[in-house]
Design a protein around this ligand. Structure first.
Ligand code: IVH
Length: 694
């Protein structure tokens, strides 16, 4: 085959697969196959420089470095769009009313095309005879910048239109970065120790205006078309929605979240429907756009200055805003987790006024390098807790006028001073209760070890203590706990057992009857199973299942309290993390005091049903004590774990209480002792049979 033909075939084939992959998300061939085609094309183009390559998919990897962007005068100005200020339904209603008034048809029901308002950067794509020849930014609407090379790196933008050889057809739309691509890009950058993007929008805008196309090519961008610019020699359909359908057929990406609706009611419904799905969209939007669907009516309505009368944007509350950090506080959470929180100049974001935003943890705070006085971007999407997304360092837009006190550091000032150090900031102590703080290996969070003693944790701890699967005190809900703690009536679980009718009945929303019911429930909780009592203590990493294991293994609370990490880890399913949490918990005097108070006959009066009353699940070796000696076919630890899993206890030395001594090869003095005391000795064979490994 003639080389030029082969090149043309390859280009067509590769573009088809690009479309399948990037637009339709339905690849037809494996990546390796695609790579093969791509490499063949690259090789042929290199061998045949006489074949023009400007519109070849090989150019998508980014062309030569630019000094500056060339200005491009738009054949048809790129307009902006009027934004309805009323973010409630009123925005849609007043737009529709205005359209009908301006058309002189007050009673007509107008048909509208509804779309998403994408949050990225507007571009104009000029196709001549179906070939992408130029891409330009909006600029001031009259003149933009030539960003053709960068736009070619966006894989979902077709280099050729399918079935369109119009002399000129300009496609307009928005370049954006999907949330997933944004996260992935930042992850990669972080791994390489390179700067991350603040948000997808900045990512898209920054990449397109990047002078090094190779850098632009690394940024994962996407595109959605929403209209046309200059069109010559091509007959257009009668409606805007049909124009978008046409572009879709030509292979141009068009969002499927669009609708044709009738009248104001239809607009309102679309606005609400999209609001409900906003957070689950794969990309950011900042509102919806309504357009009169008929192109004839659009022409009739015309423009006011730079805005068409036939379109408007109806926004949602912005999910991100800029504000200034006034301070950094450390908050103590339910389980003692210490979270750095930025105290902000109040800002309206995501539909509410936000004055606190989480910085997540120490590492995140360091990575973002947030300092008091910095201008930051705050994000609040849906119901999630507001967070500080990043520091705004580039002083390109003059925000100093808006935030005169803002101290916007330049890129170079990035790492000045000491990095954020939570331990030093708190002098190693919980800011609420003064207990020691710890950050365990492999953990992202510092924690307060104060447990039940720490007031910040107290309310939640009390609720946990009283919860159904713990002490099961019915009627002790969060409103009541709030009143009891804030009123200084209850500060530890033991205080619950000292409540009297008079105190309770005087609380808000508490009659004598419910007070009596609560007292009965508290009284009823005084004899819990040991496992429930252990669970109720709220020891970190000790859930219900572990609490049961602990109760079974130790039989009595005292034994659990005295156990060291090594002893704890002998319990199957108790690893080093759990063991450490338990030891740390009992290492805090406050916790021990609360427990003593609870168990004191006169003060708390709680008597957990210790081993006797425990409904211990009978295991084959429950109640049997083993001693291991000599070398076995498995490690000592494993042998121990296997025996314990069957309910046995493994002791270190032989006594009259020993039921069996397991003797491996080279057994020593323990074997002699066993024989002396007449204890049954199991050889390795017997042992393996016992474990049912043979
Ligand atoms: S139409 C004549 N449709 O919003 C109307 N604009 O226009 C021209 N935008 O920066 C714009 N999504 O890039 C239109 N579905 C959409 C849009 C949209 C986002 C952007 C556009 C421009 C801004 C104001």
């Amino acid at each position: 085959m003639d080389v030029a033909k082969r090149i043309a075939r390859l280009r067509e084939e590769i573009e088809k697969h690009n479309h399948q992959y990037y637009v339709l998300d339905k690849p037809l061939i494996p990546d390796a196959e695609y790579d093969k085609l791509f490499r063949e094309l690259q090789a042929l183009e290199a061998q045949h420089p006489e074949v023009p390559t400007a519109d070849s998919p090989t150019q998508r990897v980014g062309g030569k470095l630019l000094d500056a962007f060339t200005p491009v005068r738009h054949a048809v100005p790129m307009l902006s769009i009027r934004t309805e200020t009323d973010i409630s339904d009123g925005g849609a209603i007043s737009f529709d009313a205005r359209v009908r008034r301006e058309l002189g048809e007050p009673d007509a029901i107008i048909e509208y095309a509804c779309e998403l308002k994408f949050d990225g950067l507007a571009v104009n794509l000029r196709y001549e005879r179906g070939v992408l020849v130029q891409a330009a930014t909006r600029g001031d609407g009259e003149t933009g910048e030539d960003v053709t090379q960068n736009v070619r790196t966006i894989h979902c933008i077709p280099l050729h239109l399918h079935g369109c050889d119009a002399p000129v057809l300009e496609v307009r739309g928005e370049v954006y970065m999907s949330r997933r691509d944004f996260e992935r890009y930042n992850e990669k950058q972080r791994a390489l120790g390179l700067p991350t993007l603040v948000n997808p929008r900045n990512g898209a805008a920054g990449s397109i205006r990047q002078l090094d196309p190779a850098l632009a090519a690394r940024r994962p961008l996407s595109f959605f078309a929403y209209g046309l610019g200059d069109v010559q020699g091509w007959k257009l359909p009668a409606t805007h929605s049909a124009v978008l359908d046409m572009l879709d057929r030509m292979g141009v990406p068009v969002s499927k979240e669009r609708a044709v609706v009738q009248g104001a009611g239809g607009l309102v419904e679309f606005h609400r429907r999209i609001a409900a799905m906003r957070d689950s969209l794969p990309f950011d939007i900042d509102g919806v756009v309504y357009k009169v669907n008929s192109l004839a009516l659009q022409a009739q309505l015309g423009f006011v200055t730079r805005e068409p009368r036939w379109a408007c944007a109806h926004k949602y509350p912005a999910e991100e805003q800029m504000t200034v950090v006034r301070g950094i506080d450390i908050q103590v959470g339910r389980t003692g987790k210490l979270t750095p929180v930025a105290k902000l100049e109040p800002v309206f974001v995501g539909g509410t006024t936000v004055s606190n935003a989480t910085l997540h943890n120490e590492d995140e705070t360091r990575r973002k390098d947030v300092r008091i006085g910095d201008t930051v971007i705050v994000r609040r999407a849906g119901d999630v807790i507001p967070e500080v997304v990043g520091v705004v360092l580039d002083p390109s837009t003059s925000l100093r006028e808006v935030y005169p006190e803002s101290n916007r550091r330049a890129q170079g000032e990035r790492k000045r001073g000491e990095p954020f150090d939570l331990f030093r900031l708190l002098h190693g102590k919980c800011p609420v209760c003064g207990s020691a703080i710890v950050r365990e290996e492999g953990e992202a969070d510092w924690r307060c070890t104060g447990g039940l003693f720490c007031p910040a944790q107290r309310k939640q701890a009390l609720l946990h203590f009283a919860s159904r699967r713990a002490m099961d005190i019915e009627g002790l809900g969060d409103k009541l706990v709030e009143q009891l703690v804030d009123g200084g009536i209850v500060s530890t679980p033991a205080d619950l057992y000292r409540l009297d009718l008079n105190t309770l009945a005087n609380l808000e929303r508490m009659g004598e009857k419910s007070a009596l019911n609560l007292l009965a429930a508290i009284e009823h909780s005084k004899q819990p199973m040991l496992a429930r009592f252990i669970y109720a203590l709220g020891i970190r990493n000790v859930g219900e299942a572990t609490a049961k294991d602990l109760a079974r293994h130790f039989g009595q609370l005292k034994n659990l309290k005295d156990a060291d990490e090594e002893q704890l880890q002998r319990i199957p399913d108790v690893g080093p993390v759990v063991a450490q949490s338990i030891v740390a918990f009992f290492g805090e005097k406050h916790n021990v005091d609360v427990i003593e108070d609870l168990l004191d006959e006169k003060r708390g009066g709680v008597t957990p049903k210790e081993s006797a009353g425990e409904p211990v699940e009978e295991l084959p070796l429950t109640g049997k004590t083993f001693v291991l000696t000599g070398t076995l076919g498995m490690s000592r630890d494993e042998a121990k774990a296997r025996l314990e899993a069957l309910g046995a206890k493994v002791a270190g030395s032989v006594s009259k209480k020993t039921d069996y001594v397991v003797a491996g090869t080279e057994a020593g003095s323990k074997l002699d002792k066993a024989q002396e005391l007449n204890v049954t000795v199991l050889g390795e064979q017997d042992f393996m049979e016992l474990l049912e490994l043979k």
